[in-house]
Ligand binder design. Sequence first.
Ligand code: THU
Length: 161
Amino acid sequence: MINHEIKIAFQEYSSVDELGVTDQALCAEAVNAMVHSHSPYSKFKVGAALRLKSGKIIHGSNQENVAYPSGLCAERVALFYWGANHPDDSIETMAVTAYTDEFELQKPVTSCGSCLQVLAECEKMQNEQVKVILFVGKGPVWVANGIESFLPFLFFEDRLS
Ligand code: THU
């Protein structure tokens, strides 16, 4: 029997103000993206913003549905839009934020496993890692370079691609 240990790495900043100006601007875009969140059921808004190599910004927000499983997370709304429209303009950074009137968020919302798996596929498609910035109004900002930090056991099978 062998025991394996996996270490993940990410950086923590005390606020968005500590990030570089380009990343701060992308965080502001993620906040703007929440304007179009359709979340009448959870009342939990999520905004995602992608910055592409060309400088283009893509917004995504969670889109819920009365048939609950038909809804989709903000990250996948943005990532699938990228795949459908700008697959040749690689994603440099994704910023994700959330807000609810129901309670105070004090730490970043970490993307769900399905969104991480989709982001992993985007990294494979563009053959470059994506910087991920997670933040909310208050509390720390978490930054990771590449999806493997958040989903070390992501599914990938070369023979299926
Ligand atoms: N949600 C996201 O948009 N991204 C995530 O990574 C996790 C959760 C959304 C889905 C749903 O609309 C609401 O947050 C509550 O789960």
